[in-house]
Design a protein around this ligand. Structure first.
Ligand code: ADP
Length: 725
C-alpha cells in the first residue's frame, strides 16, 4: 500500500520537483516537439537564448536560438528524433564560437536538449575538434558564398563571404529562412525560384540554376546557385548545402568572348567531353540556318553531308578516345542555298588542372574556294602532263637561244638526248638552217615585243644534221617572261604532200601544154586548108574551137607559172614598158570582150618601167578580169593611174561582192579562194592573185587590197619609178 502511495506521491511530487530540478540545473534545458518547436525552456536556456519564456516557447529552435544552431546540432536532432536514441553532441557555435555540449534525449512528445554547463568561449583554435576545424576552414576558405539550410530553408550555418555580401552578422541570420536574406528577398520572382530549387533539392536532387539578382539599384549580379542535399546514413536529406557563385565577371567576359567568337570568320563550336555539342557560334547558325537548340547534341549532323557522316564520326571517336586534336575536311550545307561547301574542321581538347578533358573547342574554316582551286589546278596539271607526255607534240622551254627543258617527243624529233639537254648543248638558233634564219629572227622579235609567236612553218636541224619540217609556236611563261614555252609539231607529212602536189602540178602543166599547143596549131592548119578549098562554112565552125582552147591554154599557162614559181622561178625580160600605153591596150581588149561592163580609166602614169611587158600585162589583165568576174551586179570598173616622184600607182576598183577583212592576206596564197557561195559560183582555181603578187614582187612593187563585203574591192599596185633613161 505504502508502495502505491509512495509511488503516487512520488509521481505527484516528481512533476513539480522535476520542473524545479530542471530550473535548478546548472545547464540549459530545452524541450522541443517533432517540428523542432520549443515547448519548454528553463531559465538557463532563456538566459542563453536571450529571450523571454513567452518569446521562446512556441517558436522554432532554429529560428529563436541562432547562437546554438549548427549543422551538428541539426544533424543530432534529426538523428535522435528518427532513431529515438539519446545522443551526445559537442560542437562550436558558428555564431558565437562558443563550445557547446548537448545531450539529446528523445521522449514521447519530442526531444529534451540538455546543454552541459555554460557555453565555454573557445580558448584556442586547437580546442576545435579536427573534423569541425576542417569543416569550418573549408567553409570559410571557400570564396563562394556557402549556406547550410534545413530542407525547409532555415539557415543553419553561413560563411563569411555570404555574410559580407549581405552586410549581416552571423547571429542575425542563423535560424532565419534563406529566402529572407536581402539578396533574395528583394525580388519575389527570384525568391520563388530559390524556394522551388530548395524544394527540389530536399527531394534528394542536386539543383543548379543561374539567376540574375539586383541587390542594390544599379547593381546587377549574375549568380550560379548550386544546392546539394546532404543525406544521412538512411539516405534521408538532412540539410542542404547552398553554394552561390558570382559569375558576373565571367558572364561579362563570356559575352565579350561570344561577340569576339561571333565576329571571326570561322564557324565555332564547343563539345562536351562525351562528344555532345553544346555551343555553336552565330556564324555557325547563320550558315547552317539552324538554331543553337537544333544544333545541340547530334542535331548539328543534319547540316553535314550524308557521305561525310561516317568518316567524321569515326575520326571524332578516335579523338575522343585518344584526346588527340581532331582535324577533318567535311561538307556542310548552307541553310539558305541548300548547297554544300567544304570546311576544314579542327578541334582541340581543353584540360582542367587535373589533366582531364573538360571541353573540346572546335572551328570550321571555309576551304571551298581553296578546294575548287586545288581541283582546278590538279586538272590543269593533269592536262598539261598528258600533253607533255604525249608523243604528238614536242615541247621545249627556252631561255634566250638555249633550250633548258624539253619533253621526250621533242628530243626524239631532234635526236638529242637528256644528257645534251643537261649539258646545255641544245640551241634553237643553231638548229635553224640558214634559209629559215630570217623568219626565225622575225619570230624572236615577235616574242620580245608580244611575248607570243604565232605558229609558223620552219625547219629544224636534228643532231645528225637532218632537216625536219616543223610548225612552231611560242608563248612567254607568265611567271618568267624571259623564258618561253614552245610547241613543235612535225610538219614533214604535210610538206611531203605539198611536194607531191607540186610535182603533180609541174608534171600535169607540162604534159597538158604540149598536146594543147598541138591541138591549137593543128586546128589553125586545118582551118587554113579549108579556106583554101573554099569550104568557108567548115572553116567558120572550126573557129568555135578557138575560144575553149584559149581558155584551156590560159589555165594551163597559170598552172605552169605556179609550178615555175615553186621550182626555178619565173623568167623575166627586161624591156621598156610604157605603162599608160599598156593599160590602154589592156582596157581596150577587156572592154571589147566584156561589152556589158564600163571600164573607166582615170589619170596617167606617165612612166616607163623597166620590166617584162607580158608579165606586167598579166598583172592588170588578172586584176581587171577579177573585178569583172566578182561584180555580177555592178557594171563599173575604175582604173586609176597616178604618179609621184618616187612611185607609180595603179588601182583597180570594182563595186562587186567584196572580200571579208580576215581574208585580205589569204587571197594572195596559191589556190586560195574565198568560200562564200556567190564567190564559188564564179569559175576559178585561186591561182591568179598568187601569180600577180609574185610578178609585182619581182618588179620591186607592192600589192594591197582594200575591200568591204557587199561594197566592192580596190586592188592597188605600186612600183618604184625607174630613173629616166
Ligand atoms: P580565182 O579568181 O581563180 O578564184 P584568184 O587568185 O584570182 O583566183 O583570186 C583568189 C580569190 O580572191 C578568189 O577566189 C575570190 O574569192 C577573191 N577575189 C579576187 N578578186 C576579187 C574581187 N575583185 N572581188 C571579190 N573577190 C575577189
Amino acid at each position: 500500500m505504502s508502495h502505491t502511495k509512495q509511488t503516487r506521491r512520488i509521481t505527484h511530487a516528481s512533476r513539480g520537483t522535476l520542473l524545479h530540478i530542471l530550473e535548478a540545473l546548472p545547464g540549459a534545458v530545452l524541450v522541443i516537439d517533432d517540428d523542432a518547436t520549443i515547448v519548454y525552456a528553463n531559465a538557463h536556456a532563456q538566459a542563453m537564448t536571450g529571450a523571454t519564456p513567452g518569446e521562446v516557447v512556441g517558436t522554432s529552435l532554429w529560428r529563436c536560438a541562432p547562437q546554438l544552431v549548427s549543422p551538428q546540432l541539426y544533424q543530432a536532432v534529426q538523428q535522435a528524433s528518427q532513431t529515438s536514441n539519446p545522443i551526445n553532441v559537442a560542437y562550436v557555435s558558428p555564431a558565437t564560437k562558443n563550445r557547446l555540449h548537448v545531450s539529446l534525449s528523445p521522449t514521447d512528445e519530442g526531444l529534451v536538449l540538455f546543454f552541459h554547463g555554460d557555453p565555454e568561449p573557445l580558448p584556442h583554435q586547437e580546442a576545435w575538434n579536427r573534423d569541425e576545424r576542417m569543416y569550418r576552414d573549408l567553409l570559410e576558405s571557400c570564396a563562394d558564398a556557402v549556406t547550410l539550410v534545413t530542407p525547409d530553408g532555415v539557415i543553419l550555418d553561413i560563411n563569411q563571404p555570404t555574410l559580407a555580401g549581405v552586410h549581416r552578422r552571423r547571429e542575425e541570420v542563423i535560424g532565419t529562412p534563406l529566402t529572407e536574406l536581402p539578396v533574395w528577398s528583394h525580388d519575389p520572382m527570384v525568391q520563388q525560384q530559390l524556394r522551388a530549387a530548395m524544394a527540389q533539392a530536399s527531394q534528394g536532387e542536386t539543383v543548379r540554376f543561374e539567376v540574375s539578382i539586383h541587390p542594390r539599384t544599379g547593381l546587377s549580379l549574375n549568380m550560379v546557385m548550386t544546392i546539394i542535399p546532404h543525406c544521412d546514413a538512411r539516405q534521408q536529406v538532412e540539410y542542404l548545402i547552398c553554394a552561390s557563385q558570382d559569375i558576373s565577371e565571367c558572364k561579362h567576359a563570356e559575352n565579350e568572348l561570344r561577340t569576339l567568337v561571333d565576329a571571326i570568320p570561322q564557324l565555332v563550336w564547343v563539345k562536351r567531353p562525351d562528344g555532345f555539342s553544346e555551343y555553336h557560334n552565330q556564324r555557325w547558325c547563320d550558315y547552317t540556318g539552324m538554331t543553337p537548340e537544333q544544333a545541340q547534341g547530334d542535331g548539328w549532323m543534319q547540316a553535314l553531308h550524308p557521305d561525310d557522316r561516317q568518316g567524321v564520326l569515326d575520326a571524332w571517336q578516335v579523338s575522343l578516345h585518344t584526346g588527340t586534336p581532331y582535324e577533318r575536311e567535311l561538307r556542310l550545307r548552307n541553310g539558305r542555298t541548300g548547297a554544300y561547301r567544304w570546311f576544314l574542321a579542327r578541334a582541340e581538347p581543353c584540360n582542367n588542372a587535373q589533366g582531364q578533358i573538360v571541353k573540346w573547342f572546335g572551328s570550321n574554316t571555309d576551304i571551298d574556294e581553296q578546294k575548287r582551286l586545288e581541283r582546278a589546278l590538279r586538272q590543269s596539271q593533269e592536262r598539261a602532263n598528258v600533253l607533255m607526255d604525249s608523243s604528238i607534240i614536242g615541247i621545249d622551254i627556252s631561255k634566250g637561244e638555249q633550250i633548258v627543258d624539253a619533253n621526250d617527243t621533242f628530243l626524239r624529233m631532234t635526236g638529242y638526248t637528256r644528257e645534251d639537254l643537261r649539258a646545255g648543248r641544245i640551241n634553237w638558233m643553231q638548229m635553224t638552217p640558214p634559209d629559215y634564219r630570217e623568219r626565225t629572227l622575225q619570230a624572236q622579235q615577235e616574242f620580245d615585243t608580244q611575248q607570243l609567236v604565232m605558229p609558223y612553218e620552219k625547219e629544224l636541224l636534228g643532231k645528225d644534221g637532218s632537216r625536219l619540217p616543223v610548225i612552231v609556236g611560242r608563248v612567254a611563261l607568265p611567271s618568267n617572261p624571259a623564258q618561253g614555252i614552245a610547241f613543235v609539231l612535225d610538219n614533214s607529212a604535210r610538206k611531203e604532200l605539198e611536194r607531191r602536189k607540186d610535182d603533180l602540178i609541174n608534171m600535169a602543166s607540162h604534159e597538158l601544154m604540149t598536146p594543147l599547143t598541138a591541138v591549137k596549131l593543128q586546128a589553125q592548119i586545118v582551118r587554113r586548108h579549108l579556106v583554101k578549098q573554099g569550104l568557108h562554112e567548115a572553116a567558120e565552125d572550126l573557129l568555135g574551137l578557138e575560144e575553149p582552147v584559149a581558155q584551156l591554154e590560159h589555165l594551163v599557162g597559170e598552172l605552169l607559172d605556179i609550178s615555175k614559181i615553186q621550182t626555178d622561178g619565173l623568167e623575166y625580160r627586161q624591156e621598156m614598158v610604157d605603162l599608160d600605153a599598156l593599160l590602154r591596150e589592156i582596157t581596150d581588149t577587156m572592154q571589147y570582150l566584156n561589152p556589158s561592163y564600163t571600164l573607166v580609166v582615170r589619170g596617167a602614169a606617165q612612166t616607163t618601167l623597166i620590166g617584162d611587158r607580158k608579165r606586167l600585162r598579166q598583172i592588170f589583165t588578172n586584176l581587171i578580169s577579177n573585178a569583172i568576174k566578182y561584180s555580177p551586179d555592178a557594171k563599173t570598173v575604175e582604173i586609176d593611174l597616178s604618179t609621184s616622184s618616187e612611185t607609180v600607182t595603179i588601182s583597180v576598183r570594182d563595186y562587186g561582192l567584196g572580200i571579208p577583212r580576215e581574208l585580205h592576206d589569204k587571197i594572195f596564197e596559191r589556190f586560195y579562194r574565198a568560200a562564200g557561195p556567190r564567190q564559188l559560183a564564179v569559175p576559178g582555181l585561186g591561182m591568179g592573185l598568187s601569180i600577180v603578187a609574185e610578178i609585182v614582187k619581182r618588179h620591186g612593187g607592192t600589192i594591197m587590197v582594200d575591200s568591204t563585203v557587199g561594197e566592192g574591192s580596190t586592188f592597188t599596185v605600186t612600183f618604184p619609178r625607174t630613173r629616166d633613161v
